[in-house]
Design a protein around this ligand. Sequence first.
Ligand code: PEP
Ligand code: MG
Length: 592
Amino acid sequence: MARLILHGIPVSAGISIGKVFFAWRDNISSLPRGIVAPGAAQSEVERLQAAMEVVQNELAQARDRVPAELKDQAAIIDSHLLIAADPKLIKDASRRILEQNITAEWGLEQAVEGIAVAFSNIEDPYIRERVQDVRVVADRIYKRLMGASHSLKRPFQERMVLMAHDLTPADTIELPLDKIMSFATSEGGKTSHTGILARSMLIPAVVGVSNLEDNINDGELVIVDALRGLIIVDPNEDELADYTELKFQFEAYQKAVHRECRLPAETVDGYRVEVDANIEMTEEVAQVIDSGGEGVGLYRTEYAYLSRTKLPTEDQLYEEYSELASIMAPSKVIFRTLDVGADKMLTEQSLMQEQNPALGLRAIRYCLRNIDVFKNQLRAILRASVHGNVALMFPMISGLQEIRQAKMILNEVRMELDRAHQPYNPNMPVGIMIELPSAVLIADSLAQEVDFFSIGTNDLIQYSLGIDRGNRHVSYLYQPLHPAIVRSIKYVVDAAHREGIEVSVCGEVAADPYCIPILLGMQIDSISIAPQSIPGIKRIIRRTNMEECKTLLNEVLRTATVSRINRVVKDTIFKQFPEELTFYSSLIDYDD
Ligand code: PEP
Ligand code: MG
């Protein structure tokens, strides 16, 4: 038996066997707040000074990379540089370390809290808020103090299993992909963006693994079973042999499924559904075509913003979008406008330190507040629309006023392009994502405003059931077949069809072998899923009978409890697709 088996949430399918590389993301809530050995306080002061110097150098280098036109960004970094080099801050923290004989981290924390108290008495709200800058800089220093040399960028000698407390999408973008076999994190939930990126990079991943940091050491041999969500630490020979065999079978299954991925997704009784791809980067386009994707149903545009140190220019975006549109033409590409916030923060958003960022200035709300950023992107999308079959959709629409405002700005941009004699497609379809319960309930009115709907179930589940999609503690409540979710999706599909517009599902639910028959039963027009899920899901659709899907849906709609629904669905689907269910993880939990 293995020394230990840890459980987590599988978010990107696959098996890997290899040695662990731990990239610690420091958890500020666990700062070492302790007394140091007598006589050791002076070396704590020196450690603090050294960390502050490193941070000063990092900031100075970042400042040098900011182009002249981005004055605001440069000013922010300048102010952070001043804080990192503030002699009063160093003096105050050092005094506390020496007087109380405490760790450098604790001394700095006390000094920062002292500043926070002093700032809280300042009347001018702008200056009062500046304490957040002090905290941001202090976080950087804590990370340095707590061993950030153990960072993601440390070169690997061989291919490793990457483990971390958490990986944000911005971290994931920096990963040396050729050296990573798979990854596992302590944080994260079923549909967190980290998992979405892992799938797009074809890296097996397990998130939300409790006790990861406490139980595994650098260099230890592990099996990452990202089909079932297991980390097997120090496996024995039998386990190694079994998993080598399972890995082989999984890869053989993938190849077999891949062979039929170009065939249309049509049920045995002739119901045809369009299967598109969700992608984050233009580089994935080859994978879309290779896996049998018919178009791009969701282009998550935010990664171009997160992977740069400054906002992209209109021309940079235009180049990216028109390249994608022309490669995919005549197939469609739906560009979703910027959906930053929550777990995909721009630097300026993290500085705001919102209490509940998922309920904060995210997605369309951020864009309507930052019109220049919004218009920049809209111009780029409109200009790219002449190079292919381009559509646009707005995320996180909560009501009519928001969609009307967004459309008004889009019109302004059209007029600006007219004045500048820049070509664009005046008939470019405009849709919205249905991700909020409020949008579900007014779907009939919203349908009159737009050309199509795309149901974002990742967020719809998060906001309907009130659970953070990235939080492993509540991931057991992430139930896609909760009656409220099934009824919501059905309500939106029916409203869209009554108003004569098409409706797609672009959340992870559409890539779940247990959920897809329910969506088919509702007569959705298309789905959009990660490219690597396309072959398997198409295969399931091609072996499904629409009449049976409708019967199953009706039974689900009559059932009141989620556990009963899961059981009914499980029993029905498992009989039909035992093989798929070995190789695919599901969002559904079962209590056998
Ligand atoms: C969704 O919310 O379901 C969705 C597809 O958008 P994202 O996962 O990017 O939030
Ligand atoms: Mg969403």
